[in-house]
Design a protein around this ligand. Structure first.
Ligand SMILES: *Cc1c(COP(=O)(O)O)cnc(C)c1O
Length: 248
């Protein structure tokens, strides 16, 4: 029990530090922290950590691998599952998309038409079988990299409007907005410019789809820049949970 108490305290302290960073970043640009959803990315960490997060008031968790996510969700007690919003943030393969569509509440990583079809069919089956009761919210992931920086996942910016349209045209998916991961190796100014491009693209998509108001950007290292660029969802892993643990 003592171990569990220590872990709870560790997460509590890290979480408080992250919330303080978000509050400060919001203050700097005149935003209300209440309009930002903090998604705790729990990949690599045990289901007990999800319990600590729930106790600490974090109901949004993110996972990036189907196998790990599916196993953890299955392990959760029903009461805990009902209180959580599960975000799938990892790269999707079309043969796994059907399973993800069954347990996820929001998928952040739609980057090609084939995945749109697979998620739509998967959600249709989940609805029919009673595993889900609402359409699946999905975000189109944008590749913000240019030149050698491209390829960290996501659709090229010029493909994004068509992909958003494809999502909106399905029956079992709801277009939530856009997501991006900052390209590797950029300095602060480069990251700021990249997130600015995401925000512009988000505005362009919203002109056609006003309901698509989510901008998922910002991780442990760059959440302040994402807040400044108008992110509505931050995906924070290591700053809350610590660095990857291999011994548990
Ligand atoms: C792991 C992960 C995160 C969290 O990254 P940290 O640097 O640990 O905060 C965010 N987004 C995606 C897509 C991830 O895979």
């Amino acid at each position: 029990m003592r171990e569990v108490g220590m872990r709870h305290t560790e997460i509590e302290e890290r979480l408080a530090a992250v919330r303080a960073r978000i509050a400060r970043a919001c203050e700097d640009v005149g935003r209300d922290p209440g309009e930002i959803t903090l998604v705790a990315v729990t990949k690599f960490f045990p289901v007990s950590d999800i319990g600590h997060l729930l106790d600490l008031g974090v109901a949004d968790i993110g996972e990036n691998k189907d196998q790990e996510a599916g196993a953890k969700i299955a392990e959760l007690e029903r009461g805990a599952r009902e209180r959580l919003t599960v975000h799938f943030v990892g790269q999707l393969q079309s043969n796994k998309a059907g399973r993800v569509a069954r347990y996820a509440d929001i998928v952040h990583s739609v980057d090609r038409a084939k995945i749109v079809g697979a998620l739509d069919r998967g959600r249709a089956a989940a609805l029919e079988q009673g595993h889900a009761t609402t359409p699946l919210t999905v975000l189109v992931q944008v590749d913000l990299g240019e030149g050698e920086q491209a390829g960290r996942g996501g659709a090229a910016p010029d493909q994004v409007p068509a992909l958003a349209e494809a999502v909106a045209a399905t029956s079992h998916l709801r277009l939530g907005g856009l997501m991006a991961v900052a390209p590797r190796g950029l300095d602060e100014e480069g990251t700021r410019v990249a997130f600015g491009r995401l925000a512009d693209l988000g505005a362009q998509v919203r002109a056609e789809h006003p309901e698509a108001d989510v901008l998922s950007a910002g991780m442990s290292a760059d959440l302040e820049l994402a807040v400044a660029s108008g992110a509505t969802h931050l995906r924070v892993g290591s700053a809350i949970l610590g660095s990857r643990q291999t011994d548990r």
